[in-house]
Design a protein around this ligand. Structure first.
Ligand code: IPE
Ligand code: IPE
Ligand code: MG
Length: 245
């Protein structure tokens, strides 16, 4: 078990997490999937608190994908209700830890109540500056890229941007994540080793960390273990090891 004291100063600036395994966690104990989602909220709080504790500046959590709309209506409704109750409950945690809430995704597609609550918490926490917590809600990376291409195309058509000036910065500025740096560490729980349409552009050089732990069981020490593992790696960004030292 990794303790916070074992970590060095090389804390990833941006951690993103695919919080997976709520359904399997519930099924294992003969419970409804919704119970797994509910238990998952405790893991969310722990991940948020522990990232804030060690100085992660940006934490991005994949909470609901564009594909998740295809789940049974009852489950989608449960998840949306859980979002509202969690926001109401966790505003306190955010204020106490000086955390700013942010959201990415097709927020227009969220039920009115969820969107309203979300906007309220974003507004109330906008001056907090210790860490930015971004919730990916109704988020799909391909949808984000399509939107980006559409917006840039319109600017090109209207003569606002010249096609040969389109570079990485121009693309970054049109993504939902325009105010966030690239992801340094991407964690996925539950043993699945896939990206599931999350931040495809933004993880170009992220370190990937997969764990078998199901999301409701994910505790602080698991987060610290992921960071510890990250700190053991050499990020070469295409260079040779010798060039780095
Ligand atoms: C992640 O857990 C939560 C969401 C996708 C909303 P799952 O609900 O995907 O759990 P599994 O993968 O079925 O176990
Ligand atoms: C990815 O998990 C989305 C979230 C964690 C919100 P899924 O459980 O929906 O992904 P797949 O279906 O296993 O790829
Ligand atoms: Mg899943």
């Amino acid at each position: 078990m990794v303790d916070k004291k074992q970590l060095n100063d090389n804390i990833p600036q941006h951690v993103a997490i695919i919080m997976d395994g709520n359904g399997r966690w519930a099924k294992k104990q003969g419970l409804f999937r919704s119970v797994g989602h509910e238990k998952g909220t405790k893991a969310v709080r722990e991940a948020v608190e522990s990232c804030a504790e060690i100085g992660v500046k940006y934490l991005t959590l994949y909470a609901f994908s564009t594909e998740n709309w295809n789940r049974p209506k009852l489950e989608v409704d449960t998840l949306m209700k859980l979002l509202v109750t969690s926001l109401k409950k966790e505003i306190k945690t955010l204020q106490e830890n000086n955390i700013k809430l942010n959201a990415i995704g097709n927020l227009q597609s969220l039920p009115g109540k969820a969107r309203k609550e979300l906007m309220e918490v974003i507004e109330k926490t906008k001056s907090n500056d210790h860490m930015t917590l971004t919730l990916a809600l109704s988020y799909g990376s391909r949808e984000e890229l399509i939107k980006t291409i559409e917006e840039i195309s319109i600017k090109v058509k209207n003569g606002v941007i010249s096609p040969h000036l389109i570079n990485e910065s121009v693309i970054n500025e049109h993504l939902y994540t325009k105010n966030l740096p690239d992801v340094d560490l991407l964690i996925r729980t539950s043993g699945e080793k896939r990206i599931s349409n999350f931040l495809l552009w933004q993880i170009a050089y992220a370190e990937l960390y997969f764990t078998e732990i199901l999301w409701p069981d994910f505790r602080k020490e698991h987060l610290f273990e992921a960071i510890y593992n990250y700190q053991k790696r050499e990020r070469r960004f295409g260079k040779t090891s010798e060039q780095l030292s």
